[in-house]
Design a protein around this ligand. Structure first.
Ligand code: T3D
Length: 267
């Protein structure tokens, strides 16, 4: 895997850890970091050695979203000082959100500190979130006169319901890790000292699991959010047909019958 300037990319025992690495600005996204993250996610998707991903931030933050220094009112942005945010979203953030959402491997956000704006959206697009007790979530968009982007208005109501999503989007209020847990926005909260270990435990369980089934679970959940029950039941039969042809299904059944732990290979 090519070296990245603004990311760390480390694969160990089936777990890829991608670390957003601009700690001086709480891992705010410049153009390069967003393109590097797209590239890293594509590589991870294709690499059979990667069976689970952890996404985290270097230093004390997860990510503060868009790097606002490149959004100063200056001629540098072209268009008389007005940046083309639609282009930025389409080219830089949407591909990241879409890939996290559809990639057929489990992705855990290890939220080590503040997650604001698009940084929060990226955490929401992961399959699970484990937060340090110091983590905070801020729909910061409204504070700079923007609307939630990077999928936040689609993802948040699905995670915490419309009323709470609307509240966060309109107030831009900060919620702490315990509130996030209570609201179902994160799966677990742990101390900063144990964050890495707790996340690794889950990642290791997933990296040794039936990877194909995990991918199909993502497909199933995503489909289920958008169709009625009958349509879903039909879809479910199709994906179970696919799961039933996997080597891991054969292994799972054999292991059960032989009263031993299954050794899944991800195939
Ligand atoms: O533009 C497009 O393409 C459209 C897409 C938009 C997507 C978005 O994400 S819009 C929302 C952008 N993000 C924000 O508005 C958040 C801005 N940051 C903050 O409000 C605060 O920094 C936090 C609440 C996140 C954290 O506060 P705190 O007190 O813990 O840290 P701090 O002191 O504010 O920040 C530490 C440093 O990081 C500081 O640098 P300095 O002064 O020590 O040199 C600060 O300027 C820098 N930093 C934090 N956030 C950003 C940033 N630098 C650039 N861009 C940032 N977003």
């Amino acid at each position: 895997m090519a070296d990245f300037e603004f990311l760390l990319y480390e694969v160990n025992e089936g777990i890829l850890t991608i670390t957003l690495n601009r700690p001086d600005c709480l891992n705010a996204f410049n153009d390069e970091m967003s393109f590097e993250l797209q590239k890293a996610l594509k590589a991870a998707e294709k690499d059979p050695a990667v069976r689970c991903l952890i996404l985290t931030g270097a230093g004390k933050g997860f990510s503060a979203g868009q790097d606002l220094r490149s959004r100063s009112v200056s001629a540098e942005n072209g268009n008389g000082g007005t940046p083309h945010l639609g282009d930025s979203i389409r080219k830089r953030y949407s591909p990241i959100i879409s890939k996290l959402h559809t990639m057929e491997k489990p992705v855990i956000a290890m939220v080590n500190g503040v997650a604001a704006g698009a940084g929060a959206s990226i955490a929401f697009a992961c399959d699970m979130r484990i937060a340090a007790s110091s983590a905070k979530f801020i729909q910061a968009f409204v504070k700079v006169g923007l609307v939630p982007d990077s999928g936040a208005a689609w993802l948040l109501p699905r995670l915490i319901g419309l009323g709470r999503a609307m509240e966060l989007a309109m107030t831009g209020d900060t919620i702490d890790a315990d509130t996030a847990l209570q609201w179902g926005l994160v799966n677990k909260v742990t101390s900063a000292e144990t964050l890495h270990e707790v996340t690794q435990q889950l990642a290791s369980q997933l990296a040794n699991g039936p990877t194909k089934a995990f991918g199909l679970i993502k497909r199933a959940m995503n489909k289920a959010m958008t169709v009625d029950l009958d349509a879903y039941l039909d879809y479910e039969a199709d994906i179970q047909e696919i799961a039933g042809r996997s080597t891991d299904y054969r292994e799972g059944v054999s292991a059960f019958l032989e009263k031993r732990p299954a050794q899944f290979t991800g195939r």
